[in-house]
Structure formats: structure tokens, C-alpha cells
Design a protein around this ligand. Sequence first.
Ligand code: ASP
Ligand code: MG
Length: 400
Amino acid sequence: MKFGGTSVADTDRILHVAKLVKKKFDENNKVIVIVSAMAGVTNDLVQKSKKISENFPADEYDALLSSGEQVTSTLLSAALQDLGIKSRSWLGWQIPIVTDGDHKNSRIVSVNSKILNDCLDQNIIPVIPGFQGLSQENRITTIGRGGSDASAVAVAKCVDADFCEIYTDVDGVFTTNPDIESKAKKIDKISYEEMLEMASLGAKVMQSSSVQTAMINDVEIYVKSTFTNNPGTQILSEDKISYENVITGVAYSKDDAKITLQGVKDKPGVASKIFKPLFDNNIVVDMIVQNISADNKKTDVTFTIKRDDLKKTKSLMEVLKSELEYDSILADDQVSKVSIVGAGMITHPGVAYKMFNALSSKNINIQVISTSEIKISVLVDEKNTKEAVQVIHQVFELDK
Ligand code: ASP
Ligand code: MG
């Protein structure tokens, strides 16, 4: 059972969480608990570090940030003991949860199961702070913001848990953001692949890398609310889901920007010249469109990058102007990417048509299209985002 920051936001909530854990334990489960820091605490620690120094050492930063989870793990363990349950907190280094890579963004490489299994054998509930680990150099590390999900999946994997429950402040994963479409429905079952697409496209219920780890290790996940009794959303492998709906969800993101090079020569080597400086500068490219030229001489190339990278990308392209001899460059950050996700589309024809027709019924222009086996994304004017999501949601009957 993993509890996120809002679930342990204050002592009353921690007392409530203790009751949920006790209930699960009383139902004859062996339980390990992973906790986040109280909501806001990690951000607060980041602010404090900035006030001390602009160049706060990364190793001290990790030791600082990891402290939030230490607090909640001890409070919850004590609350459980008060309910008559044997429990103790274990810090990441005591287990140990071993990590690799840079400070602030380490990766869990192993979790020693010995202590955890011993606890389970003796009916002791271990409460483990998420987000923290120990480097091979014996230093405290953290594994990236929102990393407690990854801690939970890693622990579930190491003890070969039957499932990993992620408790949060929403009822589960929704067909789209309920804030922009009130008819959004909770999804009962979603595959790892679909969840990864939804997460990377802006549905931020779980940290993406933790879903990836769960997928690789076949750890079954339930996302559910700490504050209601709803069954939540199950994340599992595709072959365990029978798809009634053509698509599973509609996602959108407003983090993208679009660049178009007009009048690029249509000859070998041009695309590679355009994208090399982006690679050299660590800029991730998402959608790419290049048309066939009508006269075999010139064509347009459009691609999208993260909005934060727009300025840099534009200046890198301007440097190429004399070499590539393109006519002009257009940059636009008022765009949003709207996507439909669903393994059901693999076997259903006409999905793209249905999506494009829905957009056309609202007179929404599609700027760029990209697809994968389980996803179709379109780039639209940012001001059309809400209307696009709503009409697509309705046309695919996701509210039913
Ligand atoms: N407390 C950490 C953060 O806010 C880790 C987590 O909550 O998952 O990023
Ligand atoms: Mg969190």
C-alpha cells in the first residue's frame, strides 16, 4: 500500500491511513506500506535549499529532501502500533534500497528483501519512506520528484507482491480530465501501455517511470482513493483486459510547441541536418511531418518539441539557414496536443476518421497528426483544447 502526499497531509489523515492499513491487515493480507512526504513538504524543502544557496550541493539536497518521507513513515508506524498492530519504520538505507546514477534523479537498482520478508513472517508491518535510497558510495539519494510510486513498485517487485495499491486523492484514472469534461468516467481496467500513453500525454495520476517498471515486471497496480470506498483503476497487462470500448481515454498536453521550416530542399541528408543539432542539445522531438514536394525541389518540415525548448530550437534552426537555404521559419507555442489512447483501436477500423470527423464538426483545424498502434495524436490551436477533448469524448461514447 502506497500513500501519496495528500493522503498523509496532516496527522488526522495519517490516523485515517492507519485504519485503512489495519483493515487490510485484518483481512488476512501481509502488508508493506510506502509513504510520501506530507503534501507541500518536499516543495518547501526545495525552497529552503534555494534560500541557503543557489549552488546547494546535490548530495546534501538529497539528504534534505528525503527527510519529508522519514517524518511520515515514523508517524504512521506509531499510529499503527497504537491500533495494536506490530509495525516499524525502515529508512531506505537500512533495508537497503540501492540506487544508481546522479543525485536528485537516481534509479533504484535493487531492494534487499531480507528485512521485509522477516517482518512479514513475524506479522510486523514495515513502513518505508518512498523517494529515497542509498548510493553505492553510501550516500542518501532521491529518485526524482513523484518518485514514491517507483519506490512502491520496486518494493512490490522485490517481495513478489500479489499487487501494489497506489492510494491517492482521486478515485482512479479517468477517461479524461474531469475538470474539463464533467462526464469523464473512471476507467476500471487499463493496460500498462495505455497508462504510459495517458501519463506521458498529461494525465498525471502516476509517475510514468513507475508504470514502466511495473510493466516490465508484471506488477499489478490498483490506483484508488484514500478518501472513498471506490474500487479504483486496475493497471495490468493488455491480455487480461477484454476491450469493449474502441478507445480508453482522451488525453491532452499544453507543453508542446511547433516549428515549421518552409521551403526546405527535398534531397537526401536534409532531415538529418535539421535534427542533429537537436540531438546535440538534448532536445526531445515528438511529432514530425514532412510532405512530399510537388516539384521534387522544395518541401516543408514541421516538428514539435517541449515548449521550454522553443527559443533554443528556433535559434539552432536559424543557424542552419544559410546551409539549408530554406525560405522561412515559423514558431508557434499556442498549440496543444490532443490524443486518443486505446488498445481497442488495434482491431477497430475507422478510428482516425471518427476522431477527425468529430474535430471537423466543431470546425477545429488539425495542424499535425501522429499515430502509434494504440494512440492517435493531433496538434490543434491551444484555444480549442477543451472543445476538442469534449467532442472526442462524446463521439467515442466514453461517458456511457
Ligand atoms: N515527496 C516526493 C515529491 O514530492 C516524492 C513523492 O511524493 O512521490 O516529489
Ligand atoms: Mg507525491
